[in-house]
Design a protein around this ligand. Sequence first.
Ligand code: AOF
Ligand code: ZN
Length: 354
Amino acid sequence: MNSEDEKFMRLALDLAKRGEGWVNPNPMVGAVIVKDGKIIGVGWHRRFGEKHAEVNAIEDAKRKGYDVRGATMYVTLEPCSHWGKQPPCADRIIKEGFKRVVVAMVDPNPLVAGKGIEKMWKAGIEVEVGLLEEEARRLNEIFIKYVTSKMPFVSIKLAMTLDGFIATETSSSQWITGEKARQRVQELRRGHMAIMVGAGTVLADNPRLNCRLKNCPEKVKVILDRSGRVANAIREGKKFRLFEDGRVIFFTERPELFEGIAEAYPITEPGEILRKLGELGIDSVLIEGGRIACGFLPFADKFYLFYGPKLFGNGIKPFECLKVQKASEAPVVRIESIERLGESFLVTAYPGGG
Ligand code: AOF
Ligand code: ZN
């Protein structure tokens, strides 16, 4: 491996990101074809169920009149070996006569899991695995979790004052962070299939819970409404903007109240809610309701903590259910990055220290 290899793999990773939001619950994948030191084809997985990145790159090269025989392919995920909605990419790569394939990471999908690499290797292709693996794993952290556990990747997003409050005592929270931070939330929504809040947020803010970026698919909106307050409000004639687009799912003790209104399940326990969402094919949930966040803390895979330049002194704290007594017994997070967003900032972190 050399720095040229790394350059091409970085390009493949950048291409893969173009599929963000559109490919779930499948992975984002990018591929670059190089011959005699020159890029002759690029491709990425564009949309769930459509052609894989490798095939798109091969077709791109052919469209431009190149012969891929003897070329090298850089691909961010191991080429597949199984028949899914698409034919196996490993077979296609062998058939096309590639000389070398550089793979960032093995496919965690149990249906593939090394079989694609083995196939190509047995056919006499030079296969190298692990270039920029860390970046590739980070890119597809949602896919990795979902394909190996069938449980959605859980991100907790909170907007807090500098002294750690998500709302005042009187539940006022608009706004704590500024415009740039809220724009960043839109980007987070793009990467997640579902957005989750509690009924309190729906009743107080009437949010749309959609993604308003240019290139963004519809979101699944998940509302935790134990006693059916939103259903009652609808029966009283109230209109909610979250019904304007996308699928809406309620979790409640009173599913009968939602008949004729929305999809509803009689589940209220966080672990069971997540299991149900996984069953419904949802690979990722962005929890945006500060008051419901604490219940999902044991299941959190990632934290997006936004801090605005305000001090409340009192009000609602996000993780009160923890009730930590000793500092030495507190849960620890590993900070991944800190981004300045105008007057606010975003701390991205993973659970667990180290
Ligand atoms: C993708 N896009 O570019 C690659 C994938 O049902 P299928 O045929 O689309 O297969 C999906 C599986 O194929 C997916 O879980 C992953 O293991 C593998 N590779 N998938 O959607 C791609 N290369
Ligand atoms: Zn494939």
